[in-house]
Design a protein around this ligand. Structure first.
Ligand code: ZN
Length: 397
């Protein structure tokens, strides 16, 4: 178990698969080393290189998934202490095909803290994943580690933005327009100074204002809509309609892949319906993402705001959403997978993630052709799942 930690990935030769490259699909092989894709082509002459071979016959290789919002230390708590959700383990991400993720605090930024979030992100990195964090919290003024958003972003490598900042929700602090402007400006400058995205991940609730607070920021400041990444846009039909308008105005929107039958009955629109609807109504594919909201609580409140049910968000919801978009909605795999690979990688300014090209990070999924079930997972050039079996890696998995 200990051997994986801080050990370097050796050479890995992936054979016998179809490869979903940048714009093309071809049968070929791949050589990875030093955590990167070194070569890719119909046939590679490896010679006597000491490479481990991974047989991916009958599979299609796609990029490892990029999850822009996961509650890696757990979240919840809306029904009292016993409803705090458990923290994520390495195996949760691996089983869900996630190789890059961004951790965030949720409603509870009192007992869930930024130091704990950073420690968990570092643990997941030691175990082979690429994990970043958002500084901040639901509530504005947001929690920070060093006293300001820009200081956190400039001085702490893993902070890539701020979030989940809550708007239009009874659990939010009901931030004013000026508070949101100042917050977004700090994230923007923090991003500029540190070469990071400076994204403001925004939790949008089901209150009537919907996305108007973000439009107000863009109207009354020089902060563009693209600074924000609003999530939970598929939580009801009205918000989805507003989100589609917002994306046509130039913003990016995020759908939460974790859902339940109860939430769907209460109006939640699963990704398999929300994505085709957005595309049909003129939203460009590169403005839509899915995140798992993994290990968040999925609470259900009645009309009086009383908690009436609670489940936990799942990391494997992303791959299930992609599969449903192909099998049920009939989207090509290239399009169905964009909201969990190249689009979030672009939004997060991670050019080496979310694509299979020479020089990109060797984060690779081998999905069985036809069923799209996950057979192998490689993160940073190292196999973390072989033939559907997760390698022992987390101490507590
Ligand atoms: Zn949220």
């Amino acid at each position: 178990m200990i051997s994986r930690i801080q050990s370097n990935a050796g050479l890995l030769h992936i054979k016998g698969a179809e490869i979903l490259g940048g714009d093309s699909r071809f049968n070929g092989e791949m050589l990875c080393g030093g955590g990167k894709i070194l070569a890719m082509g119909p046939e590679l002459s490896i010679g006597k290189l000491p490479a481990e071979t991974l047989d991916a016959g009958g599979c299609i290789l796609v990029p490892g998934l990029v999850d822009g919002l996961a509650h890696i230390t757990g979240g919840g708590g809306e029904g009292g202490f016993a409803t705090r959700t458990p923290e994520m383990q390495l195996a949760d991400a691996v089983a869900g095909g996630v190789t890059t993720l961004v951790g965030a605090l949720g409603t509870d930024a009192v007992t869930q803290t930024l130091p704990a979030l950073l420690a968990k992100a570092r643990a997941l990195r030691e175990q082979g994943l690429t994990c970043f964090c958002y500084t901040g919290s639901y509530q504005v003024p947001v929690r920070t580690l060093l006293g300001a958003i820009d200081e956190d972003m400039v001085l702490i490598d893993l902070f890539v933005g701020v979030g989940e900042v809550a708007i239009s929700d009874h659990r939010s602090s009901h931030p004013s327009r000026d508070e949101l402007i100042r917050l977004a400006a700090q994230a923007r400058v923090g991003g500029l100074l540190s070469g990071k995205a400076g994204t403001v991940m925004v939790h949008v609730g089901d209150a009537p204002g919907m996305l108007d607070p973000l439009r107000e920021v863009a109207r009354h400041s020089s902060i563009p809509l693209t600074q924000f990444w609003p999530t939970h846009i598929n939580r009801n039909a009205d918000l989805l309609a507003d989100g589609i308008r917002y994306a046509r105005e130039g913003g990016s929107i995020d759908f939460t892949a974790s859902t339940t039958d109860e939430l769907i009955a209460a109006g939640d629109i699963p990704c398999v319906e929300a994505l085709p609807r957005a595309l049909a109504e003129g939203v460009p594919l590169e403005r839509v993402t899915f995140t798992s909201d993994g290990h968040a609580s999925l609470p259900r409140f009645d009309a009086q705001g009383c908690l009436v049910g609670l489940q936990v968000g799942r990391m494997d919801s992303l791959l299930k959403a992609v599969r449903a978009c192909v099998e049920v909605a009939g989207l090509p795999l290239e399009d169905a997978i964009a909201p969990v690979t190249r689009t979030p990688a672009t939004l997060l300014k991670l050019p080496h993630k979310g694509r299979l090209t020479v020089g990109a990070d060797a984060d690779i999924l081998a999905l069985e052709t036809g069923t799209l079930e996950l057979r192998h997972l490689v993160a940073g050039g190292r196999p973390l799942m072989r033939d559907g079996r997760i390698e022992p890696g987390g101490y507590f998995d």
